[in-house]
Design a protein around this ligand. Structure first.
Ligand code: E4P
Length: 220
């Protein structure tokens, strides 16, 4: 499963990269706008740190401008993925970019119908927003299940990336339902790793080992 961190914070990215398990970094306009630096500068900095895919979401509103904006960013990044918000113009832009061998992600996907059209437009990935769907009282996981099932029946290669994930259990759930990737905030990534039982188990092992060493020292 591909694992991404959803941030443009350099400290978080460095820490996450150092774990050696990251497939890249996803961003969106909200995330980049919070950094208080020009977005191209920040993308360049991320590109220096990350050995993996870097995802950028276009903000243009028609397909020609989307493609132009995408190509500018593609020239800055070693492994770009261009995020497009699902819509008529994004379908056209996705087809043009994917025909040029550029990976695209259709984002803000909230229905199976949108997922099917995204795949037809050549999107490499689609992002159903699990948390935001749950926020309005529907089931984000049910949408992931429906899309992965239909993609499997139809032999569609477009990968589902679970987005808007808010807990480590969300990652486990989308993996179980067949999502090939997940993107998450840094705190959720650390939540995936940490477990109090691991911590207390390690303390116990270390204590036992020290006691054993002391015992050996006194008997020699
Ligand atoms: C995905 O591409 C989005 O950037 C992200 O997962 C949205 O998450 P949020 O709903 O927590 O803002």
């Amino acid at each position: 499963m591909e694992i991404y961190i959803d941030t443009a914070d350099l400290n978080e990215i460095k820490k996450a990269m150092s774990l050696s398990i990251l497939d890249g970094v996803t961003t969106n306009p909200t995330i980049l706008s919070k950094q208080g630096v020009p977005y191209k500068e920040r993308l360049g900095e991320i590109n220096e740190i990350v050995d993996g895919k870097i995802w950028y979401q276009v903000v243009s509103s028609n397909s020609e401008a989307m493609v132009r904006e995408a190509l500018e960013v593609v020239s800055l990044l070693e492994q770009p993925v261009i995020k497009l918000p699902i819509g008529q113009e994004s379908l056209k832009a996705s087809k043009i970019l994917s025909n040029q061998g550029i990976e695209t992600n259709m984002t803000l996907v909230f229905s199976v119908a949108q997922a099917i059209l995204s795949a037809k437009a050549g999107a490499s990935y689609i992002s159903p927003y699990v948390g935001r769907i749950n926020d309005i009282g529907w089931s984000g996981l049910q949408l992931i299940k429906d899309i992965t099932q239909i993609f499997s029946i139809q032999g569609i290669q477009t990968k589902v990336i679970g987005a808007s994930l808010r807990s480590s259990q969300d990652i486990v759930s989308v993996a179980e339902l067949g999502a090939k990737a997940a993107t998450m905030p840094f705190k959720v990534l650390t939540q995936m790793l940490n477990n109090p039982m691991t911590d207390s188990g390690l303390v116990q092992f270390n204590d036992d080992w020290k006691a054993y060493q002391r015992q050996l020292a006194t008997t020699q």
